[in-house]
Design a protein around this ligand. Sequence first.
Ligand code: HEM
Length: 348
Amino acid sequence: MASSKALLGAIFIASFYFPASIAFPAHHEGAHPVGHSPKPKLGLSPDFYISTCPQADEIVVSVLKKAIAKEQRIAASLLRLLFHDCFVQGCDASVLLDDSKADASEKNAIPNKNSLRGFEVIDEIKAALEEACPHTVSCADTVALAARGSTVLSGGPYWELPLGRRDSKTAYMKLANKNLPPPNATLHRLIKFFERQGLDKVDLVALSGSHTIGMARCVSFKQRLYNQHRDNKPDMTLEKRFYYTLASVCPRTGGDNNISPLDFVSPSKFDNSYYKLILEGKGLLNSDQVLWTGKDQKIADLVRSYAENESLFFEHYVNSIIKMGNRNPLLGHDGEIRKNCRRVNQVL
Ligand code: HEM
């Protein structure tokens, strides 16, 4: 009981710790352009909409500000959408398609069902974009812009975002089950999942830092509490008091949808406290903690460096998220610009 109070207290304090003026800087004010961005993939360019919809980013950010003022967590949910889009056949907004006669939606894949959020905010952004610049800004770029805006509005780094992705005409439900890493993955498997996307160990550690914001359901970390190695015992790498706090939110039976912050020190601030917590045995997911305990020296060194040096984390994060965002985009005449992100355009 006392520990559940401690957790609630942490959430409560954190929500006041970052007053609106810090949490919602004016557009790009307080943003940190850091690092040297990798060259955009041929065909994508930060200036893609400069003549066709120069106000696109402003529109995205203004809807985001309202949505985040209503619910801070939505920033995390929108950032995660980009990851779940890009790891499944590239960043093509396939994740946004609802079930249709032709296709099973990725939204019902195991890593997404009852978990992935933010679709209504994407709808709202897209509607505003359609009104200002009809049939111009793709849903895939909308997701990428929303992820960048959410990061910046949470206090994280700004990056020059290559644009010009087009939207898929199909969803890839099976691939979503195959390509998205589960939270109980070993470090070895996490490395493999990232390699499959052309991403390396630095990308794995830097992008995992996205868990500096947002929440996870009990079902995503329950195995660690009660049956880590299928032996009815907890994960011994969990710090003891943190274990009791989590157990109070996530009982052995039931409570699967109870939520806990991924970074309980500052769950809505994009900072490096995620890495500091990992050094203390307070990473929430197995996939977080194994970055430190998984016996890979290079990876453990990166965790320590990011814990000690937030600017280095931001610099690597920017490089890695651009790299992830450039995964296999549809270009030129491939795909389409969807009017409604939930369904493919009607063939007339
Ligand atoms: C390294 C492998 C990763 C694994 C195994 C993983 C797994 C998860 C899981 C299980 C959750 C909680 C879902 C739930 O319980 O409903 C989560 C949340 C989240 N993930 Fe990851 N993730 C990974 C990498 C990433 C990456 C690369 C990003 C972004 C670039 C990301 C962004 C997020 C965010 C922001 C949340 C919080 C979402 C919210 O509060 O709605 N994750 N992740």
